[in-house]
Ligand binder design. Structure first.
Ligand code: ADP
Ligand code: MG
Length: 244
């Protein structure tokens, strides 16, 4: 399980996360929603130690950290092996083919042998529907294809948790759908996912749990159905504002 307890993060004088306590369960999809600027990205990035909260406790599948104390390089690496971040703008290596992009981490970080890394990379490409793109370069891909490669690349690292920050916000609607379908498939296979999205229709399909964040605090945390059927005026107002 991923767990945050009383986590606070401040930029300058602006406290962006205010004593956040929550769990992200294994084999579930947790979707973070909330207004722009509410702290969703900061929360997600804290799970991968891309942001360093100044206080609170963190537990990543048994790696327990106190944010008020120094975090060692070794601890950071251990957390990063269990969590993979998928970025909005894919972050593929432009000079490497799609296949090599996926093999890079397994070969150089996990020290897998090249033959088995290649076999698995091809399986993952097949999984995201891009078997025929193995030898293409990133600039030959559509945005939707690039994001699917980025997802395959994260899976190749066998992380326990995949973190996605608005994974489709740079995509046209038809390309968005092909990425969302891959994520739905991963969720069905019980890959643990934490996803920030503005797409409530997608959240309704993919989420087990919803975290609704507002002004750096968790306004709601619970099962998807509880969220979408909530009688709370603020939740209803948010859902209404975010849907056609
Ligand atoms: P969200 O993803 O919900 O839109 P963010 O987590 O990106 O929200 O940002 C929350 C708040 O923190 C915003 O007011 C934003 O301007 C501020 N913020 C985020 N990152 C930084 C930073 N590196 N330096 C200063 N302020 C930041
Ligand atoms: Mg954000």
């Amino acid at each position: 399980m991923l767990r945050l307890e009383n986590v606070t993060k401040t930029f300058g004088t602006h406290t962006v996360l205010k004593e956040i306590t929550t769990n992200f369960n294994d084999q579930e999809t947790t979707v973070l929603v909330g207004p722009s600027g509410s702290g969703k990205s900061t929360l997600l990035r804290s799970l991968n130690l891309l942001e360093r909260p100044e206080s609170g406790f963190y537990d990543c599948d048994g790696i327990e950290l106190d944010f008020a104390k120094k975090i060692t390089k070794k601890e950071t690496l251990a957390v990063r092996q269990k969590t993979e971040m998928v970025f909005q703008d894919y972050n593929l290596f432009p000079h490497l083919t799609v296949l090599k992009n996926i093999m890079e981490g397994p070969v150089h970080v996990l020290k897998e042998d090249k033959t088995s890394a290649k076999k698995r990379a091809l399986e993952l490409l097949n999984k995201v529907g891009l078997k025929d793109k193995a030898d293409a370069y990133p600039n030959q891909l559509s945005g939707g294809q690039a994001q699917r490669v980025a997802i395959a690349r994260s899976l190749a690292m066998k992380p326990r948790y995949i973190l996605l920050d608005e994974p489709t916000s740079a995509l046209d609607p038809e390309l968005e759908l092909e990425v969302l379908k891959v994520l739905l498939e991963l969720a069905k296979e019980k890959q643990s996912l934490v996803i920030v999205t503005h797409n409530l229709e997608f959240a309704r399909h993919v989420a087990d749990k919803i975290l609704f964040i507002e002004d750096g605090k968790i306004f709601f945390a619970g099962k998807k159905d509880e969220f979408f059927n909530s009688t709370n005026a603020r939740i209803q107002e948010f859902i209404h504002a975010m849907t056609l």
